[in-house]
Structure formats: structure tokens, C-alpha cells
Design a protein around this ligand. Structure first.
Ligand code: CDP
Length: 806
């Protein structure tokens, strides 16, 4: 080795593999405004589609007359449900086993529902034409409150389900009932409550909100009638599933449908499902023979394409006097709006809400969920959430605080007492999950020490005394949250979407000169896959990440995968990537053995190549091996160096975290200021610490928004409030608190690189930390539970109700 020969550390660093804070390669184009989004697409002859929408939340449609609109120069067509019936597309199946109107078929069920699709030469003409479509409505009684959905005299929302006593998930109890889902041991749980020293019972609501990505939902559909091929560019988090569903619905063979998801400006669950805009654009392109673009505006996005949460969770805990929890009972009333379009794996009507036992060793638990219809938009998407885990984490973390209050125990100590212990993993939860790995006590202790928890409590006590003496009008809250997530949907034994098993895939091709192209079944919407997937490959096959190109989103080239949402990409596709890379390394070992004229068993892997054991001078780099793979492979070996892996995970992964929020509240104005927010995350092996930090910052900002004001509200007559950024809280840098991040590392034992997902953790853990801080601040005034969102007005109101205004 001469002086110029790089050291092992230098060679490792040159790879920029796993663990490296590699800069995001995609940002080169994004920061220069060179991303290619759907709306950047301009095809020859392309026209535009836009919707006539209902101003009423519940009404019969007695007439649709498009004749005036069709007279407007530039208007090409106006589609109604009657037109869609001709191609059997007036209704579409939802992911949750329900059906949904594509265009209003005789009635509307929520405000802004799609009534007709106007196709015109440009967007402005389409908009003018919308005003000319004459629709007559006959108003019907409106049902807004989910607690009234199953009243005997509640209006019938879905006459199409008349007489249907069986839904997709079992018996229906009422004309507005969708499903009941029960899990756990009812009798054991009842016994725990009968024998409990202490119990709590609180109705904890998680209000309706929306993922509101920067870029709204949109598509361009182009039917080539000569070739019989359909191409759809769209904001799709799961392009392959869209292709399969499009084929099943349209009967166009799957190989003649090309679905392309270009750059996407955020998804957060909003872009998983299929929406009327996609169907209408496709039909309109088939009808007109030209490409049709549909681009949702902000108000349409917030009020129609999906919502999130809207869970009302009556939560009971049984415990001993010393704080040991013995039973958990939860009943959820789930408001699904006009159609059940929840984006959950097929068998899970309430997603993975049965992770609601959280990080605690509950010996008995029982959960029951009732889904109901109301006159609100459909959706129920996993807004930065693994299928209702966010609601579950909020439910248990609020409930643990309420229990601590009743027991007069410190909430952090109560959690420590009940955590699943490190030696209990793999841990079987009372509601049916097997947690793969965790070390909750270490994480919590590290978080408490770092934030100076005991000192903060002492400061809070002193402030409360000062408040009582009338020396200050400011009170202080300390929000504790410890969450366990369940991500990586999923094992095919329990997860599918419309019958398609939820595996994922990777294809890696090493070129003769040692550079690489790799393609996955996932689709980044900003998570940085182009950066991190290359890092996994770099570490596994010793080729620098900069020499590896990552491509996602084109169903013609990428292997079939189930897409990106619910932090599933790293647990599922990340594993497929590592395994495909290992196939390549195995073949490379055989080629190296041939080149070095030794047995492959005499070789060992060393950062970026193979060397002979005990003789490191005799080595072949991956670059040399790649060349040989094409030009001088061993006799009887196929040339080339590429591999594909389809990975069906044996289990989910269970990341966790300890979050603390320190908040100061002015009781006279209701203004809450986050003084400190500390987030410790454990997502197992960390691929890119900088990207993880970015994911945590983004998710915490969303959590802050949701807890402190973001809401899709409806008034009592069904008008949707909060359908614009004037009313729907999107924090800017001005409002957003400073985030402190930290980590521990507890690898997943079943994942090839030990990684768990992280993308949604901060949303899951952040919301309870904020809400617990607000609730904690008012505890000394007798507060038990203040519902979210905690905007200044509601905090002021809570302070008033608790007598803080004197
Ligand atoms: O499915 P999604 O991409 O939204 O979530 P994820 O799998 O949690 O990954 C989000 C981003 O964080 C990706 O770029 C991952 O590669 C990265 N990540 C990481 O660097 N290390 C982990 N252990 C988990 C995720």
C-alpha cells in the first residue's frame, strides 16, 4: 500500500452509505425550480376539466341542464353521472369496501360534492362554463353530528344501501351504520375493571383535519385510441395500485395502461386514494380523444379529496393504587362522511387502531369501533399516519395523563412504571400485535435527563403558586408523550389493498463501468428516497451513492410495489433494496473468486470489493467485478449484474419515541408559546440522520398545526368551514417552534438492515405532547381534559371555564 492508497475509513466515507448525512440529491432540481410536477406537463391538444360542485350538503338533484354551458365557445363536453353510467363508471369502489359516486347520481351527500365535469379548451373557459350548468336541488335534512347518525329518526343518507344489513365488515345496525369492529378480550377486560382500585373514563376526540399538501391532487389522462393505450400522469402515492384499479374498472388491459407519478409536492396520505377527478379525466380523454388535465384548487382539496381523523374515543383505564395498569377499554365513534373511503388495508376497518395499548403492558384490553355516515366529505386517510395509529397514540397518551392526575402521580413516572420492558420483546400486545423490539426505559430516561424534567416540574410548581398569589397571569404546561408506532404495512398475511398483497420491490442494475440504476415500487413525495435508497445500495455493494441513480413512479419501468405512505417505504422497500443488493453481492463474489482464481469461500467482503482472507492485497473492487460481469464472467455463468427482490415482511416494525413539550400560556389572551420541544426518536438503524431530522421537523410542524388549531369544521347546517388557508391553520416559520431532536437506536431484529420507519413518528408523538402540555398547564385549576384543537380562543375559553379569569 503506498501513501496514495485510501484507507478503509476513506473508502467507506467515499461511498456515502448508511449513517452518512448525505445531502439530498433531489434538492438540486427542487431548489432551482426545476422539479417536474403534473401541472408542468403540457401535451399537444391538451384540454382541461373542472367540476360543477354542490353548494348543498344533502340534497336531491332534480335537473342538470348543460345546454347553456355547451354553447360557450371553447367548451367541449359536460359529463354527468348519466354519461358515466354508459361506461359503468358512475360509481367507483372505495378502498374500504364501500362504493362512492364519481358524479352525483340523483343526490349529493356533502357540500362541494362533484356534480358534473366540464371539459374546455382552457381552465378559465371551463370555470365560466361551470357557472352556466343549471342544476336544480331539493334540500334534504342534514346530518352533521356523528353522535346522532344512529338516532332512530336520523335522515337516510345512503338509499343505495337500503335494506343492506351486511356491510363490507359485517352486520350494519342502522341505515347510517357502516361497520362495527371489535378486538380484544371483553370478559377479561370487564374483570380487570371490576377488580380495579382506580378507573378513568373520558371521551377524547381527535377532530377532523386534512393533510393539505403543498401541491393539490391532479392528473393528465391521455388515451391513444389508435394504440388502445392509456397514459395517466398523476400525483399518485401508489402508482401501481392506480394502474391495476384503472385496468379493472376500465377493462383496458393492464399492460396498455401507463401510470406515471412525476415529482410530487407532498402527499401525507392525501394522494393514496382514487378520486372522481382521475376517473372523469380518463373518461373525458376517451370521449374526446385528446389529453385532459385536471388540477384541483386549494378549496377543492381541503373540502373534498379526503380528510383525516374524526375519531371520538371513549377511553377507560383500570389500574391499581400503585399505578399499575390492569385494563383498557376503548369505544370509537368514527365519522366517515358520505362514503366509507378510508384508505386502510382491506381487512382493517379502523386501520391499526388496535395499537392503542401503546407502550404499556396492559394485561387485558378491549376495543370496539363503530363507523357511521354523515353529510361530510369522505376520506379517512392516513395523514402522516400508519392507518389510525395517530388517533390511537393520542387516545392512550391523553388517557395516561388523565390516569396520572387521578392517581396524583407524575405522568412520566406512571409511564415508566407501565412500559413494556426491554426483555419482554418480542412483545405480544393484548390487542394482537407482536412488537419487534424496543427499549422504552432507556429512551425515556435519556429524554427526561436531557430536558431537565424534574427541574421543569419544580419551576412549574413555583409558577402555579405565584399564579395563585396573583403575581403572574402566565401558567406553564409540560406535555409528556411516549408513543409506539406500527409501520411497514405489511405482511401479506394481514395486509392487502383491494386484494393486492402489500409487499414491495426493488430492481438494481449495475452497468459495466460500475454505475447503477435502481428502481423501486415506492414513490417519494419529498421524503428523499433518491438520496437514501442509494445509500443502502452503496453500503451493501460498495459503489458510491453518487454513482447510483434511483427512479420511482413509472409503472412501465419500476417493479410492482404498493407505494409510499404510512412510513412503509423503509420497512418494506428498504428491505427489498438490501436483499436485491445482496443478490448482486453474492454474484459478484463468484465473479471475484473466478478473477482471483480462488474459491468464493476464501473471499471476504471489504467495504467496496472482495479480498482474499489473510491476503488483503489480493482483491477486486466492485468496479472491476462489474466490468468482468459483462465481459469475462466465469464459464457457465450468465453475463450481467442485476437483481430484483420482492419483499413480503414477516412483521411490522415498531419505532417509538419520547417527546416533551414545555409551554407557557397567557390565561388572559389564550396565547400558548412553546418554549421547548424535545423529540427523541428510535427508528432502529438510521440510514441518513439528516433526512431523519428533516422528517421529524416536518412532522412536528404538522403536529403543532393539528394540536394548536388546524381543523376542517362544519357548521350545524353542513357548511364546510376551514376550506381555505384563511381558516385552516398552516403554520409558517413565524409560528413554528424550535425543535430539539435526539435518538436512541434499537434495530428491528427482522429487517435486513435493522431499520424501522420514521416519517410519521413526529406527527404521531407530537400531537399528544402538545395537547398534554395544554391540559397539564390547567390541571392545577381542576382541568381533566380540554378537547383539541387548542387555538387561542379555545384556550381562553377553557381558562374562563376553569375560573382563571377571576
Ligand atoms: O414511507 P416513507 O418514505 O414516507 O417513510 P420512511 O420509510 O419512514 O422514510 C422517510 C425517509 O426517512 C426516507 O428517505 C428514509 O430513507 C429515511 N429513513 C432513514 O434514513 N432511516 C430510517 N431508519 C428510516 C427512514
Amino acid at each position: 500500500m503506498n501513501d496514495m492508497t485510501p484507507t478503509r475509513e476513506q473508502r467507506e466515507a467515499a461511498l456515502e452509505g448508511m449513517g452518512c448525512k448525505r445531502k439530498r440529491v433531489e434538492d438540486v432540481r427542487f431548489t432551482q425550480g426545476k422539479g417536474q410536477y403534473v401541472d408542468d406537463l403540457k401535451l399537444p391538444g391538451m384540454v382541461f376539466g373542472d367540476f360543477v360542485r354542490s353548494p348543498y350538503p344533502h340534497a336531491k338533484i332534480t335537473k342538470i341542464d348543460a345546454s347553456e354551458a355547451l354553447k360557450l365557445p371553447g367548451v367541449i363536453a359536460v359529463l354527468t353521472a348519466e354519461d358515466l353510467k354508459g361506461v359503468n363508471l358512475a360509481w367507483m369502489p372505495t378502498l374500504a369496501g364501500d362504493v362512492q359516486m364519481v358524479l352525483a347520481d340523483g343526490k349529493v351527500l356533502y357540500q362541494n360534492q362533484e356534480v358534473a365535469f366540464v371539459v374546455a379548451e382552457d381552465r378559465y373557459i371551463a370555470d365560466d362554463a361551470i357557472q352556466l350548468v343549471d342544476v336544480e336541488y331539493e334540500e334534504l335534512p342534514v346530518l352533521v353530528d356523528p353522535f346522532k347518525s344512529m338516532d332512530p329518526d336520523a335522515p337516510v343518507l345512503r338509499p343505495d344501501l337500503d335494506g343492506k344489513t351486511e356491510g363490507a365488515h359485517g352486520p350494519r345496525k342502522h341505515h347510517n351504520h357502516i361497520f362495527n369492529w371489535e378486538v380484544g378480550d371483553k370478559d377479561e377486560t370487564a374483570k380487570a375493571f371490576a377488580e380495579a382500585d382506580v378507573t378513568i373514563n373520558e371521551m377524547i376526540s381527535y377532530h377532523r383535519t386534512h393533510p393539505s399538501p403543498l401541491e393539490t391532487c391532479q392528473c393528465v389522462a391521455s388515451m391513444d385510441k389508435v394504440k388502445g393505450e392509456l397514459t395517466v400522469w398523476g400525483t399518485f402515492q401508489a402508482p401501481h395500485v392506480i394502474r391495476t384499479v384503472a385496468s379493472l374498472l376500465s377493462t383496458i388491459p393492464e399492460h396498455k395502461i401507463h401510470v406515471i407519478a412525476p415529482d410530487i409536492g407532498g402527499g401525507f396520505g392525501n394522494k393514496v386514494g382514487a378520486y372522481p377527478g382521475y376517473i372523469c379525466s380518463i373518461v373525458a380523454s376517451i370521449v374526446t380523444g385528446v389529453p385532459v388535465k385536471w388540477v384541483e384548487d386549494r378549496m377543492e382539496n381541503l373540502s373534498t379529496t379526503s380528510f383525516a381523523r374524526d375519531y371520538h374515543m371513549t377511553t377507560e383505564i383500570a389500574a391499581k393504587n400503585d399505578g399499575t395498569v390492569t385494563g383498557l377499554k376503548v369505544h370509537v365513534l368514527a365519522d366517515h362522511g358520505g362514503f366509507d373511503a378510508c384508505a386502510d388495508p382491506s381487512k382493517w376497518p379502523a386501520g391499526f387502531f388496535n395499537i392503542v395499548t401503546g407502550s404499556y403492558d396492559f394485561p387485558a384490553a378491549h376495543l370496539s369501533v363503530d363507523g357511521v355516515y354523515t353529510n361530510k366529505a369522505p376520506g379517512g386517510v392516513a395523514y402522516r399516519c400508519s392507518f389510525r395509529v395517530t388517533e390511537a397514540a393520542y387516545c392512550i397518551e391523553r388517557a395516561m395523563d388523565i390516569l396520572a392526575q387521578k392517581l396524583e402521580m407524575d405522568p412520566a413516572d406512571l409511564r415508566m412504571k407501565n412500559f413494556v420492558k426491554a426483555d419482554q420483546f418480542p412483545y405480544q400486545s393484548a390487542l394482537g400485535w407482536e412488537y419487534d423490539s424496543g427499549d422504552y426505559h432507556t429512551a425515556m430516561q435519556k429524554a427526561m435527563d436531557t430536558i431537565g424534567y424534574r427541574e421543569l416540574r419544580a419551576e412549574q410548581k413555583a409558577k402555579q403558586e405565584a399564579f395563585k398569589r396573583g403575581e403572574t397571569r402566565e401558567i406553564m404546561g409540560i406535555g409528556v408523550s411516549f408513543f409506539t408506532e406500527i409501520v411497514g404495512a405489511g405482511p401479506s398475511k394481514n395486509c392487502d389493498i383491494l386484494g393486492v398483497a402489500m409487499f414491495d420491490s426493488a430492481e438494481i442494475r449495475v452497468h459495466p463501468t460500475g454505475s447503477v440504476i435502481s428502481r423501486m415500487g415506492t414513490k417519494s413525495q419529498g421524503q428523499g428516497h433518491e438520496t437514501t435508497w442509494a445509500q443502502i445500495i452503496a453500503t451493501e455493494i460498495g459503489i458510491p451513492a453518487d454513482d447510483i441513480m434511483v427512479e420511482e413512479g413509472n409503472t412501465d419501468t419500476a417493479p410492482y410495489g404498493l407505494g409510499t405512505y404510512g412510513s412503509r417505504s423503509t420497512p418494506v422497500a428498504g428491505a427489498a433494496i438490501a436483499l436485491a443488493a445482496r443478490k448482486i453481492r453474492n454474484k459478484a463474489q463468484m465473479i471475484a473468486a473466478h478473477m482471483l482464481e480462488v474459491s468464493e469461500y476464501d473471499l471476504e467482503w471489504d467495504v467496496d470489493g472482495f479480498q482474499v482472507k489473510g491476503n488483503p492485497e489480493a482483491r477486486k473492487s466492485m468496479k472491476e467485478i462489474a466490468w468482468a460481469a459483462y465481459h469475462a464472467p466465469p464459464p457457465n455463468m450468465e453475463p450481467g449484474l442485476e437483481a430484483v427482490s420482492y419483499y413480503d415482511p414477516p412483521n411490522m416494525t415498531y419505532p417509538f419515541g419520547a417527546y416533551f413539550c414545555v409551554m407557557d400560556i397567557d390565561v388572559d389572551t389564550g396565547v400558548a408559546t412553546t418554549r421547548r420541544f424535545y423529540a427523541l426518536d428510535d427508528c432502529g438503524t438510521r440510514i441518513n440522520p439528516m433526512i431523519i431530522e428533516g422528517q421529524v421537523h416536518g412532522g412536528l410542524t404538522e403536529a403543532f398545526a393539528i394540536a394548536m388549531g388546524q381543523e376542517i369544521r362544519y357548521d350545524e347546517t353542513g357548511n364546510v368551514l376551514g376550506a381555505s388557508f384563511m381558516d385552516f391553520f398552516i403554520p409558517t416559520a413565524v409560528e413554528t417552534p424550535h425543535w430539539e431532536t435526539d435518538h436512541t437506536v434499537t434495530p428491528s431484529p427482522h429487517h435486513p438492515i435493522g431499520a424501522k420507519g420514521v416519517g410519521e413518528s413526529p406527527n404521531v408523538g407530537g400531537v399528544p405532547a402538545f395537547s398534554n402540555a395544554v391540559n397539564d398547564a390547567f390541571q392545577f385549576l381542576g382541568n381533566t381534559h380540554i378537547q383539541m384543537p387548542h387555538d387561542a380562543w379555545r384556550i381562553w375559553q377553557a381558562a374562563k371555564d376553569l375560573g382563571a379569569h377571576g
